[in-house]
Design a binder for this molecule. Sequence first.
Ligand code: ADP
Ligand code: ADP
Length: 226
Amino acid sequence: MIEVTNLNKVYDNGFEALKSVSFNIDKGDLVCLLGPSGCGKSTILNMIAGLLQPTNGDIAFDGKSIVHTEPKDRNIGFVFQNYSLYPHMTVLQNVMFPLSVGNHKVDKKVALATAEKYMKLTKISDIRDKRPGQLSGGQQQRVAITRALVQNPQVLLLDEPLSNLDARLRLSIREEIRRLVKEVGITTIFVTHDQEEALSISDKIILLNDGVVQQDDDPQKLYLEP
Ligand code: ADP
Ligand code: ADP
């Protein structure tokens, strides 16, 4: 479904953050990009989302190259590390937002029904009238994921989605994320530097180091240094 081929990124200061990165992701899989800070995980996500242009190489969805399309013309759900919720909006308004602007704009009634459907799935219906500032980290996380899902994206991108949560929540939320993406059936890329996290939730792990793919395999087959 997603084909990344010889992806290369040289930043303006001359630093080569990615060196010919290639991998494939099957439809419906939950794949982890795993590696230490600075190995290039965010660079890859940002290029898939269209927030950053590759220096060389290609990204294709279902056989069609997307690298020259605008972010708004890609149907991608992005959950940022800090959630990036709109602080002045309620939970419901946050979740409905992608359906009220741009290419995914739909009739208000349809937007409300869609938002309600996904809020039920992520179990946030009861906090719909609260604002982000009144929510716990775990609740904010659920809102951010719900907002990313309402436009029925081709791919869900999660950038270190558990890093701002406390240890207890991290365990339960990662199980929830796995259950949710499998229930929705959405192809998901999950970025983390945490081996255990990657091993526990992914169908496949792409291990990166210094801008190079070191391994790309099932969690059971992956060799990880102790
Ligand atoms: P990760 O997400 O794995 O922590 P990043 O993709 O953020 O890694 O960064 C990969 C490397 O590229 C790091 O060494 C980082 O310092 C560098 N880098 C990221 N953004 C820029 C930039 N705008 N200009 C120069 N170097 C950058
Ligand atoms: P992450 O948490 O994804 O690793 P970072 O904290 O590395 O993100 O980077 C945050 C922002 O700073 C990004 O927009 C990245 O492009 C930019 N950045 C990171 N490293 C550098 C660098 N060496 N030079 C310039 N910008 C950088």
